[in-house]
Write a protein that binds this ligand. Structure first.
Ligand code: ZN
Length: 523
């Protein structure tokens, strides 16, 4: 072939190739889209999502993309999703196989697709998985690869922090707790986040030991001034003990009155570990207890917890003229509570009814302890742009878009980077959240707000129902949403938020939304 012909042929092939790709010639894309659609269906909560085998099947569908179309533009996304799916399976199963498969997928992504925008996330997640499993040396190798192989990725800061803290013992500073009938939340305050393992021990009558839940934190030391034994005595948890189990490990033990279900998750900024214990008494006993408590003819009340965002030392977002989010949210919450209390058979509680600081974990602890049927956290939005305006409602999700993550970081009083670190952990918590009901509640509230306010005060911008990694929704066992009622940073909306008549209208609209939701579930 002459050089000219070769060049011409080369050009032709490039054109053909470009045309093929442009016309959907990437065989990976339809495979990926199909896998993605099945993943989304699985992600909506249901019995399928609680079966690790479903997640393994989802992982296989994504793996096909990378195996059959390794050059596809979606091959790296697919491998990332293999990792995510196997992590979801790992959260539901005991063995190490799922964790190992997730690490392998992330490792393969980072090796085969070095320039992928997901390479740093994949390496970081692999590190977190190994760290969680107690393999600090393995974790270190992955964190170091984040710095070396993806120096411009946005996980560099997080990887550097994990490397700094990996072998540095955390100080266990103390224990806080909240109780309700059949529910206890214990929060362990830490110097920084470290790996932890959760276990159960049955009652040991010979040694006069009750059933126990324990959490081993490693590397850790009992901090100076940390109470070693905290009496609880709420009928479920007898007491909490904190001890240096071995030179590297602090063990936190919950001595139980009876065997209990549990769930453990960490929060960042400041670092703490949340341990929820739920009475595992059977549902039939539950009915008996309820009849005894409320009378045979008594119907269980519909319980609502309204959470006015922020408070005390945390003013929330600030508007023009010194308007504080914490005051706006409290005023709306009070109005809403008094409206809902008029409904027969409804019990309504506020997480705070005055200007006081509450931690985010305390807010859901109160709702869980109360046995609430729904949890509504009220907020006012903020943006660096004075033009941002409108109403939006969120429910909990570990993965969300950039804007949602930014807002969540603001509401969590934490860093956006911490949320990236938290995502895989939140995935476990979301498994036990009422995702489908929360989405329905979010829609009901958002629709009512937009419709009512459009009628009574004029045009409002409907920013829609969204998902975000909000701490205040994390660990709620009932449908839970966070509503951003307006932008406190927008001149016109801020003026409205200051007006008692507008606050009342917002409360009326929220009441309609909550009632629509309750009707839908036969409440
Ligand atoms: Zn807020």
């Amino acid at each position: 072939m002459t050089r000219e012909r070769r060049v011409a042929l080369g050009c032709l092939m490039v054109l053909v190739l470009a045309a093929a790709v442009g016309a959907g010639g990437d065989p990976g894309i339809p495979l990926y889209e199909a896998a993605r659609a099945r993943y989304r269906a699985l992600d909506a909560d249901g019995p399928e999502a609680r079966n690790p085998e479903s997640w393994r099947a989802a992982a296989r569908r994504f793996r096909r993309v990378a195996d059959e179309a390794p050059r596809s533009a979606k091959a790296d996304d697919a491998l990332y999703m293999v990792g995510i799916c196997r992590e979801r399976a790992a959260a539901l199963s005991a063995g190490p196989a799922d964790r190992r498969a997730a690490v392998e997928a992330y490792d393969r992504l980072a090796r085969a697709y070095r320039d992928s925008r997901l390479a740093d996330d994949a390496l970081f997640r692999a590190g977190r998985i190994l760290e969680g499993a107690g393999d600090r040396a393995g974790a270190r190798r992955f964190y170091e690869r984040v710095l070396r192989d993806t120096p411009s990725g946005d996980m560099v800061g997080a990887a550097r922090r994990r490397l700094r803290d990996l072998d540095r013992p955390t100080a266990v500073a103390g224990v806080r707790r909240w109780s309700g009938p059949r529910y206890t939340r214990v929060v362990v305050d830490l110097g920084h986040t470290v790996a932890y393992q959760v276990g159960e021990l049955p009652a040991d009558p010979n040694a006069k030991r009750p059933p126990r839940i324990f959490v081993d934190l490693r590397p850790a030391r009992v901090g100076r001034g940390c109470e070693r034994c905290v009496a609880v005595g709420d009928g479920l948890v007898r007491r909490v003990r904190v001890a240096q189990h071995d030179p590297d490990t602090v063990r936190v033990v919950l001595d139980l009155e009876e065997p209990a279900d549990h769930r453990v998750f960490p929060l960042e900024g400041p670092a703490r570990l949340v341990i929820d214990a739920f009475s595992s008494r059977s549902a039939s006993e539950d009915v008996v207890a309820r009849v005894l408590r409320e009378g045979a003819a008594g119907r269980r009340p519909f319980r609502v917890v309204i959470d006015p965002g922020h408070g005390g030392k945390d003013p929330g977002a600030l508007g023009p003229g010194g308007l504080k989010e914490k005051d706006v949210t409290l005023a709306i919450a009070r109005e809403l509570a008094s409206l809902l209390r008029e409904r027969e058979g409804w019990e309504v509680r506020l997480t705070r009814d005055r200007d006081v600081y509450l931690s985010l974990e305390e807010r859901t602890a109160r709702a869980n302890a109360f046995g609430a049927d729904l949890f509504l956290s009220i907020h006012a939005n903020a943006s660096p742009s004075r033009r941002a305006r409108g109403i939006e409602t969120y429910y909990l999700s570990p993965s969300s878009d950039r804007a949602a993550r930014r807002l969540a970081a603001l509401e969590n009083r934490g860093r956006e980077e911490d949320l990236a670190e938290m995502e895989h952990i939140l995935a476990d918590v979301v498994l036990s959240a009422k995702v489908e009901d929360s989405r329905r509640l979010a829609r009901a509230v958002q629709e009512a707000l937009v419709d009512e306010l459009a009628r009574s005060v004029g045009p409002v911008r409907d920013l829609g129902v969204k998902q975000g990694p909000f701490y205040v929704l994390t660990g709620a066992v009932m449908p839970a949403v966070l509503v951003e009622t307006s932008f406190i940073t927008h001149p016109e909306e801020s003026r409205r938020l200051r007006d008692p008549a507008f606050r009342k209208r917002v409360a009326q609209a929220l009441a309609k939304g909550v009632e629509a939701f309750a009707r839908g579930r036969g409440g």
